[in-house]
Design a protein around this ligand. Sequence first.
Ligand code: BGC
Length: 969
Amino acid sequence: MISKLRIAAVGTVCALLSGSVAVAGKLEPVALRCEYRANPLGVDETQPRLTWRVESDARGAKQSAYQILVASSPESLKRNTGDLWDSGQTTSSDTVNIAYAGKPLASRQQCFWKVCVWDADGNAQWSGPASWTMGLLKWEDWSARYISFRDSTPVWKDTQKLFLPAARQYRKAFTADKRIQRATIYSTALGIYELYLNGQRIGDARFEPGWSDYHQRAYYWTHDVTSLVRRGDNALGAWVADGWYSGYIGFGLLTGIGTEKIGRYTYGKTPALMAQLEIEYADGSRETIVTDRSWKVTGDGPIREGDFLMGEFYDARKEMNGWASAGFDDSPWEPAILAGENGSVPATFYEYANPRSGDKVEIQGRPVDLGFKRPAKLEAFPGLPVRAIEEIKPIAITSPTNGVYIFNLGQNFAGVVRLKVKGPAGTTIQLRYGEMLHPDGRLMTENLRKARAIDHYVLRGDKDGEEWTARFTFHGFQYVELTGFPGQPGKDAITGIVLHSDTPLTSGFECSDPVANRLFKNVVWTQRANFLDLPTDCPQRDERFGWTGDAQIYVRAATYNADVAAFYTKWIRELMESQRPSGTFPGYAPYPFQHGWDFGTAWCDAGVICPWTIWQAYGDTRIIERCWPNMVKFLDWRRATSRDFLGVNYGNDWGDWLSFGGKTPLDYIDTCYFALSSRLMAEMARATGKHAEATVYRELFSNIKAAFNQKYVKPDGSLAVDTQTAYALALYVDLIPAGLRARTGKMLADKLRSGETADNSGMTTGFLGTRPLLPVLSDVGEHDLAVRHFQSRKFPSWGYEVEQGATTIWERWNSYTKEKGFGGEQNASMNSFAHYSFGAVCEWMFFRLAGIDSTAPGYREIIIRPSPPSPDSNPAREPINWVKAHYDSVRGRIESNWTLKQGRFELTTVIPANTTATVYVPAKDSADVTENGKPLAKGAGVDFLRMEGGRAVFRVASGRYRFASQSRP
Ligand code: BGC
C-alpha cells in the first residue's frame, strides 16, 4: 500500500520551506515522538518507531506523503542530509509508529530527525527537529560493575518487628581535565536510587529504575549530564534504598509469604548500584567513570529508613553537606564492594503452590540464595518516569488531640509531602497518612493493614527553617497527621506533592450533571494515584500490586485519560514475563510470590486484553508481535484446560469480585473470558497477517459460543445463570445469538429496573460485571436506563459514592457512608479509597455518552456518536442534556460537544487532520440536519450516508463541524 518514490528534488522542495512559519490551511507535522516519547535518551530498540501528528485548520486536510530524515548531527539535519536514514518521499498517510529503516544503529548513536509532510495538493512542510539517542545495546558496553556496601546483617526473620535499614550514599570523585563535549550516564540498581553530580540531582525521576522481576530483567536509565560535568574536579553521588528489590512489598508480611515469611528481600538481600559515566572530550578522546571498588559508601546519612510501605525516617542532623561534590572528605566512609562479594545468603522463600490434587493451595518453603545475581537481561527503561506532577495546598487543619494536627489536602492522591518547619535541633516530627478521618476526627489507618505509612523527620535546627520531602517512599492519602511539631503549624507547613508516572493527560469531560463531573475527576485522580511505574490496584495499603484483573477492566478507560502507550509498553513486558510455566498469566505482574493459585479467571486474560487494547488505542502492532508467543501459549493453556470448549471452575475464586447478591459461577465467567480472549486473538492475528491463526481463533470463538449457548442460553433468550453480571458479560462478549440479543438485553435491563427500590439502585455487579453493564445496556436499546443508572445517587452507584464525598473511586461502593461511617458490611482492611476498577465506566462516558470512538486502530477512522438520553427518561432528575468532551488521540484532538435543549440537538465536533469520521446525528430525517447553519447538501466535506436507528449518518473529513437537527425522534 505504501509506495516509496525517491524524488531527487524533494529534499530541495522541502528544504526551501524548512523553518517557514505555518500558513493557514497548511498541513503541519508536530509532536514528534520516538517510541512514544519526546526526544528519548538511551533507546534500545534497533528499529525505533517514529510518530508525529499533522495539524491543519482546513477541512479535509490529508497527508499524501512523508519524508523522514535521520542524521547523525544537528548540522547534517539542518542541511537536509539524512546520513543515517532518508526515507525518501513516501506516498502514505501514515503518521504513527513508522519503524526506522536506515543504517544499523550502534550503542550511543545520536539521532536527529525531522519529517516533511505533503498535503493532498503537494504542498510540503517540514517539522522542527527532534532527536533520540541509542542506549547500551550489549553487555560488553558496560564496564561498570554492580557495587554494594558490606552487608553483615543477618537475614531478618521476625514477623512482629520491622527491619528497616538506612538508605546508602555512594560517592566517587574524579577529574575531567579537558573541554567536555558530551557526557552521558547510564545507571541501574537492584533497589531504587537517585544520582547526583557535583551536588546537583541528575534528572527528576523518582524510583529509578522501576519494578521488574530483577532476576529476569532490570532496566537502566540514560541521562545527559553534559551541563553538570565540569572541567577539573567532579564528584558523583548516589542514594540507594531497598525499593521493590529488597524492601517490604505487597501483602507478604500480612499473609506470611515471601522470604522468611516477612514480605521483604523478595529478589535479594542487599541493594546494589551500577552506573557508567561516559565523557566525550572536545578533542575526540573519551573517559569512562564506572561503579567499582574505588567508590565509597556510607550508611550513616540522614535516611535512617526508606521503605515504600513503611515510610521514611529522616534525621537532618546527619546530613553531610557537599557529600556529592568534589572536595568532600569521605575518609570515614567505607570502600564499596562488588555486589557479589557479599557472598551467598541462604534463606527460605515461602509462597503458595497450586494443589497437586483436590483444590487446596498451601504455603510451601524452598531454599533460595539472596546473594547478588546479575539480572539475566539489562534493558533500556521503555516507560515514563515517575515525577512530582503537581502540588496541593491544605484546605484545613484540625487538632483532634493536643499536639496532634491533621492537614486536609482536599483530594485523595498518591505522593509525598513537603514539610516546612523551624525549631530546635533534635525535635522529631511524626507524619502519618490516611485517606479518611474517623467521625471523631482521628486519622483512619485501619485500611492500610501492614503498610505502616509513617515518616519521621528530625530537625537539624536551622535558624532559617528547614524543608524536607521523602525520597524513597510514597503514600496514598488525603490527610497528614503531624505529631511533635514545634509550636502550632500554619497551612504552609505541609504541601502535598502528587507523584505518578508522567503519562500526559489526554481527556476532558463535562456535562449537565455536576455529580458526573465530579465522578470524572475522581476517575482521573484514581488513575493518577495508581499509575506509579505500573498500574496498581491501590496506592495506600500493603498491596500496590499490578493486579491483572483490575488492569484489564480499566485499561480502555486509561487510554482515554492519558497517553499510556509507553507506560503499558513497560508493564506489559512484566506481564508477559510473569507468565506461569503452565502458560497462564497470574493475578498480578510483576509476580514476586504466589498467593493462592497462580491464576484466576478474567485476571489471567489481561495477558491478551491489555496488548489488544494498546493496539486499538495506538495502532501498535509491534506489541502484538512481541506478546504473540506468550499469548499463543496462554490460549494453548486455555484450550488444554477447557473441556468441551467450556471454562474451568477452579483457580482463584475472585470471580465477579465485590458483587452483591447472587454469585456468578466461576466456570460461567471463565467461558465468557475464554471466548473473549479467543476473539481478540483472531483480531490481532488478522491485523498482523497471521491469517491461518486468525481462522483458528475465530473457529475457537465459534466453538466456545456454541458450547456456551448449549449450556447457558435458553430459547427465550434468558440465561441459566441469573445474575446481572452473567447477562452483561454474555452480551458484551457477543455470545448471544443475534436473534435473541435484544430480548436478552431487555431481560438484563428488567433485572436492573426491578431491583431498584427507594434506597437501592438495583445494581448487583462487581468488578467484572460493572464494566460491561452500561456499554451493553446502551447497545441493546436501553440507553435511557443506562444513563438513568449512571446518574443515580442511590446505593450502589457512582453518584452515591460522589455524594458521600469521594474524591477518588473507591474499592467498594460502600467503603464509607455518611450514615454508618466505615462501620457496617465492609471490612476495614479491604477498603481502599483509590481503586480504579469501578472507574472503568469512564470508557462508556467517552465512547457512548460523548460518542468518541474509533473503528480502526489508532483512531484513523473515527466515530462520533453522541448519545443523549430521552429528555423525559428520568423521573428523579434531569437527564444529561449536554456533554463537552475531548480526547487527544495519537492522531490529534477529537472533540464532541453536544446539547439537547427543547428538542433541538446541536453537535460541535472536531476531527483531527488526516483522519475521517462517521458522525451520527440524532434526527428524524437527514433533511432536518444542518451543518454550520446551512442545509447539508451545501456542507463542504460532509456526505450523507444513511439513516440508522433514529440517526442521520454522515461521513466527514477532518475539521470542525457544527451540526444541528431540529427535532429528535
Ligand atoms: C486487590 C484487587 C484485586 C483482588 C483480587 C485485592 O486485594 O486490591 O483489586 O483484583 O485482590 O481479588
